[in-house]
Design a protein around this ligand. Sequence first.
Ligand SMILES: CC(C)(COP(=O)(O)OP(=O)(O)OC[C@H]1O[C@@H](n2cnc3c(N)ncnc32)[C@H](O)[C@@H]1OP(=O)(O)O)[C@@H](O)C(=O)NCCC(=O)NCCS
Length: 172
Amino acid sequence: MDHAPTLDALSIGPLRAAKPADVDALLDRVFGADRRRRTAYRIRDGMTALDDLSFAALDRQGRLIGSLQCWPAALDGTVPLVLVGPVAVQPEYQREGVGRTMMERMIAAADYIGSDPLVLIGDPEYYGRFFGFEAHWTREWTVPGPVERRRLLARVPKGQTLPAEGHLGPRR
Ligand SMILES: CC(C)(COP(=O)(O)OP(=O)(O)OC[C@H]1O[C@@H](n2cnc3c(N)ncnc32)[C@H](O)[C@@H]1OP(=O)(O)O)[C@@H](O)C(=O)NCCC(=O)NCCS
């Protein structure tokens, strides 16, 4: 990409405004073509992204700069959760606030609709610092693949709690 727009020059809206092929290309670029083998993909195997919690950042030419998807997930198939991710920003535009703005939009939407608790696999230095995700909720959970425990995070609305044990996977 030849031109670096500021955050002001981007529009953040529903992911459905982006072409699926552009989203795939962005995710391949940021996470590598073997990304589908990651544990997060197994957690939401067979699920369709949640339209009201999935966002895209587009520049004025309609190019995809960032994407954020959320998926139905559950603990033991029955305790509903929302799996957040992947969150991806084109390398040229990282650390300009795009990821944070998409996450803030998603969290505002989740709080507004009273969504189920959010879970993700990601850096606690980012998702804990800015958005209140914590690893202590998930200490005893099992997941369908390898995971660094400190990166398995949940964000639980005040006054709510989560089961201490269970298997995190798709919502059936
Ligand atoms: C992680 C990612 C989504 C963050 O989006 P971004 O637009 O680059 O980041 P932001 O501008 O919103 O970040 C703002 C702050 O977070 C910090 N930050 C960004 N990524 C971080 C990370 N992985 N760990 C710790 N801090 C991070 C930045 O340094 C910045 O801090 P500062 O304001 O003190 O300088 C993006 O960098 C990305 O796509 N990375 C590769 C893919 C990835 O790791 N995705 C997350 C797993 S699903």
